[in-house]
Ligand binder design. Structure first.
Ligand code: ADP
Length: 261
């Protein structure tokens, strides 16, 4: 709390008392703290791959290059870490666009059935490597007014997570239901799930339940923060149901045409 005070006097100029104004600055402080945490997180996330790229390239230059097996191992790490940097920067730029006050969607007619089917084909390649089956129940052609590039990003993030946080032999179920004014898309996995107490935090930037698992699968920790922004820009909702060890379901609800309201 911040307090400012001023004396008050009566007409004769005699001191009458003081006015004290109490400003509740907890919200401001919290915002400021979040901004500081974000900058610290970004710095840390950038520093880790850069340190590793520098270290391994120096070792190569110092002679490891002459050992082909070692050289290949180090180059693989350098490649992986630079790919991580690229994803991180791409996600940071996307997040900063979405958070701009004057951010606007590019509205167009989006064939959601087609969009989901295209994404499933892309994600299937990763899923197959882990022997994960992707099943879908998307029979009806469904058009909505929305930003197709953003919607692709949104569903790609959710599908990628469903595969990344599932074990070998798991299953991912994608369903789309077409209502009068809105559509529901749900993406359900039989993966590791999210402990109840962590659920409220997973949409925060850089929050991960298991850091090592997220990093290993190429996660930036920004996917769900981006997903939430995209859903909100479309005036929809994004909800999650999960049970540790059982699996997770994300439900996306989008109005079919928010530009009409
Ligand atoms: P990341 O790049 O780490 O996947 P996200 O923002 O996409 O970042 O997700 C944040 C965290 O939420 C993940 O690190 C993971 O702990 C948890 N999470 C997201 N999706 C799932 C899922 N389908 N199953 C289990 N945990 C999940």
């Amino acid at each position: 709390i911040e307090i400012t005070g001023a004396p008050i006097f009566n007409e004769g100029g005699k001191w009458k008392g003081v006015v004290l104004v109490f400003h509740d600055i907890t919200d401001l402080k919290r915002l400021e703290q979040m901004r500081k945490d974000f900058v610290a997180n970004v710095s840390h996330e950038l520093k880790t791959p850069i340190t590793s790229i520098r270290g391994f390239s120096e070792t190569l230059l110092d002679g490891a290059m002459n050992d082909p097996a070692l050289a290949e191992q180090f180059l693989t790490i350098i490649h992986k870490e630079s790919t991580r940097l690229q994803s991180l920067i791409k996600d940071l730029l996307e997040l900063s666009k979405l958070e701009k006050a004057d951010f606007e969607l590019n509205f167009e007619n989006v064939n959601l059935k087609q969009l989901m089917q295209d994404l499933i084909i892309i994600i299937d390649q990763n899923a197959e490597k882990k022997n994960i089956r992707i099943l879908s129940d998307i029979s009806e052609t469904t058009f909505i007014r929305g930003d197709s590039a953003r919607l692709k990003q949104l569903f790609l993030n959710l599908l990628t997570n469903a595969v990344n946080y599932s074990s070998e032999g798991g299953e991912v179920n994608v369903s789309l239901s077409n209502e009068e004014d809105y559509v529901n898309v749900s993406i359900a996995d039989t993966g590791i799930g999210i402990p109840e107490e962590e659920i409220p935090r997973i949409f925060e930037r850089f929050y991960r339940v298991d850091k090592a698992r997220s990093r290993n699968s190429g996660g930036t920790g920004l996917g769900l923060a981006i997903a939430k922004h995209i859903v909100e820009a479309h005036h929809g909702s994004l909800e999650v149901e999960s049970e540790a060890g059982q699996g997770t379901t994300f439900h996306v609800t989008l109005p079919k045409d928010l530009t009409q309201n």
